[in-house]
Design a protein around this ligand. Structure first.
Ligand code: NAP
Length: 263
């Protein structure tokens, strides 16, 4: 069963041009499903990630089903932060402007319960948080000067609490959530919307083989929720919605109990 639901109309004319979006981290999982969903919603897309073959195949699929060029790929590693300003300028010129940017790139590297590894933790921080700053700071500057625009960050329920399994992954997502909230507080008064997305467990390459997952959803379901939240100009969503209630409880578990749990 697919959750991809096309929404009308988004027909491009000289007076109502097609809306343009950058999606960072589009080659698999939630990002790839979101690219397909947004294309069917009528967006023109710049799709970024490292795996050129995956991006090329995705663009081909989107453009073939749209019957026109709706998605273009740019091979990019978000840890190469020095290349971001130049690439952003190139994409702005290629798309003819920008209405939406989504930062979705993320990694969760395996960490043993009793092990601490600075290199692993640094990599997660670089991809999950530093890369977001590298893309969203200049995007915020562009949108602030336009007095319009939409910023979306794919954070996680993992950022709501420091859990025992992967401290640096939790911390990178907590930092991203806090940064997005601060961006929203700065930019909402300037006509710019900022959406924080907190998925629960989603069946993707990132979670492949992970034990103890529950209430798992498909990337297509997550993409449909994110697309709806963008259209409705939401500030924050949990996907699926019931994680909002689960995390309300989790956030309120007293530390004296929480530190004894393996969640
Ligand atoms: N799956 C879940 O249960 C879950 C739950 C909560 C939050 N999330 C978040 O959702 C987002 C998407 O993850 P996913 O589950 O869909 O996993 P995924 O299929 O592994 O997708 C991760 C995406 O990030 C990109 N990426 C990773 N390292 C990158 C780098 N150095 N430069 C550029 N792009 C990079 C990958 O592209 P390349 O490898 O081609 O570069 C890929 O497009 C992540 O931020 C993740 O933390 C996932």
């Amino acid at each position: 069963m697919t959750h991809i639901k096309p929404v009308p109309p988004a027909r491009a004319t000289p007076l109502t041009p097609r809306k343009r979006a950058i999606l960072v981290g589009a080659s698999s999982g939630i990002g790839a499903a979101l690219a397909k969903q947004l294309a069917s919603d009528g967006w023109t897309l710049a799709l970024l990630a490292r795996r050129a073959d995956r991006l090329a195949a995705l663009c081909e699929e989107i453009n073939a089903s749209a019957g026109e060029v709706r998605a273009v790929s740019y091979v990019h590693d978000v840890t190469d932060t020095a290349s971001v300003p130049g690439l952003l300028q190139q994409i702005l010129a290629d798309l003819g402007g920008l209405d939406l940017i989504i930062y979705n790139s993320g990694i969760a590297l395996p960490t043993g319960f009793k092990h601490y590894n600075f290199e692993t933790d640094r990599k997660m921080t670089e991809v999950n948080y530093i890369g977001a700053l590298a893309w969203l700071d200049p995007a915020a500057t562009v949108f602030q000067s336009l007095g319009a625009g939409h910023i979306v960050g794919i954070s996680s329920v993992a950022g709501d609490r420091g859990r025992v399994k992967n401290p640096a992954y939790n911390a990178s997502k907590a930092a991203l959530t806090c940064y997005l909230e601060a961006l929203r507080n700065r930019l909402s008064r300037r006509g710019v919307h900022v959406l924080t997305v907190k998925p629960g467990y989603v069946a993707t390459e990132l979670t492949q083989g992970q034990k103890g997952m529950f209430l798992v959803i498909s990337p297509e379901k997550a993409a449909a929720d994110i697309s709806k939240a963008i259209r409705r100009r939401k500030q924050q969503i949990y996907t699926p919605w019931f994680w909002g209630w689960i995390m309300l409880i989790v956030r309120n578990i007293p530390s004296v109990l929480f530190r004894r749990m393996s969640f």
